[in-house]
Design a protein around this ligand. Structure first.
Ligand code: TXA
Ligand code: MG
Length: 362
């Protein structure tokens, strides 16, 4: 007993059917949540690391497992729109419209928090982030747990978010109780975070729900300056505390090449890559379907993360391919910039952050 408490806990990995989650597996996971434990589970965006959002001791375990700074609040996940009421102080008129249009799905809404929400969940803020995911496993788990589930992405703080159970295992094995494995996630980037406590509403983090779709529904929506920032935005009190940390970063250095024409991007990527290779560094190139054949595959490790014509493919594969390049042992990753339209906005935001704003203009 005394010995056992000194060793890391055993993390159980449980396969579950993504379309028809096996109820006995969901019940096991839900009992861990109710007992104050931690369960990683798939959502349509990325895997989350869940705990009972209303139990401060349970939520603390999330911060500990991820090594997350305590001033970065987590998102509260619900399985129905009705659950929002007890979590919020007031309910802006836009909220209903947005929930109708985008829930369940990759949109997180920021409300004034009610007293029911523990301070550790909101990191001491008076607001709370809430979303209803569309993944069947996530919905079943929340419903069966009978409580809203607090869940940040299930990665070690600062690493690329996990889009497979293997990514979760790699970062958090021995640090959490259970992983529900339902295969790779669909969207691949996290939810869009929208602040409803300001008028007009403001996007704090671009994500799986495109900005253009929000504009269609709301008319006026602002982008927080950090969303499109080309260098770290210096904000006294960040609106979304997550903004101020280096994020989504593989261990390799990342250089991001941005430009208006594909030709000039490719030329610049070649130039940056060869400069690093000449210094004896192992270089990876994050390319796209349209460009992958244009680089010297003898010299570089080249991976495509999708097609420029289909931004959803870029979003889906981004974090996985960043991890793969990292695992191949490269010292530096030279990444191609893509269009900021649709899901491209989220992709470019993640790439800029991953590069630590090390951006080269083509
Ligand atoms: O798709 C997702 O959103 C995934 C899945 C698991 O649901 N979750 C996720 O959580 O990405 P996390 O913790 O990695 O990102 C949450 C973001 C952070 O940038 C955090 O600062 C922000 O939401 N956030 C949370 N509560 C907030 C609040 N009250 N006010 C402003 N920003 C908040
Ligand atoms: Mg995260």
């Amino acid at each position: 007993m005394g010995l056992k408490s000194n060793v890391a806990k055993r993390t159980i990995l449980l396969r579950v059917n993504r379309e028809e989650p096996e109820i006995e597996k969901i019940r096991l996971a839900a009992s861990i949540i109710r007992d104050g434990g931690t369960v990683a589970f798939p959502t349509e965006t990325v895997y989350g690391l869940g705990a009972d959002a209303l139990n401060p001791e349970a939520v603390k375990k999330i911060f500990k497992a991820k090594m997350r700074p305590p001033d970065n609040p987590v998102i509260v996940h619900v399985s129905s729109k009705d659950e929002v009421e007890m979590l919020v102080e007031d309910f802006p008129k836009n909220a209903l419209k947005l929930m109708e249009a985008f829930w369940p799905g990759p949109l997180t809404l920021i409300f004034k928090a009610s007293r029911r929400v523990p301070k550790v969940t909101t990191a001491g803020l008076d607001t709370v982030a809430i979303r209803m995911p569309s993944h069947k496993v996530a919905l079943a788990l929340i419903r069966e747990s009978g409580t809203p589930i607090a869940a940040p992405s299930a990665n070690l703080s600062g690493r690329p978010s996990p889009t497979t159970a293997e990514h979760v295992l790699k970062d958090l094995d021995g640090r959490i109780d259970l992983i529900l494995d339902a295969g790779p996630t669909e969207v691949g980037v996290e939810s869009t975070v929208l602040n409803l406590t300001v008028d007009p509403p403001q996007v704090l983090r671009p994500g799986g729900t495109p900005y253009e779709r929000l504009v269609e529904v709301l008319g006026e929506v602002r982008l927080h300056p950090s969303v499109t920032a080309k260098r770290e935005v210096d904000i006294e009190r960040p609106h979304s505390p997550g903004m101020k940390y280096r994020h989504y970063a593989p261990s390799a250095d990342v250089v991001l090449v941005e430009g208006s024409s594909l030709d000039s991007i490719v030329r610049k990527v070649r130039e940056v890559a060869s400069t690093h290779a000449e210094k004896g560094r192992k270089v990876g190139i994050l390319a796209t379907e349209e460009t992958i054949s244009l680089y010297d595959s003898e010299t570089y490790i080249i991976k495509s993360f999708g097609s420029r014509g289909e931004p959803s493919s870029l979003a889906k594969n981004l974090f996985r391919v960043l991890r793969e390049l990292d695992d191949s042992g490269v010292d530096v990753i030279v990444a191609e910039g893509v269009s900021m339209e649709g899901l491209g906005l989220a992709v470019m935001n993640r790439l800029r952050k991953a590069s630590g704003y090390n951006i080269v203009k083509a």
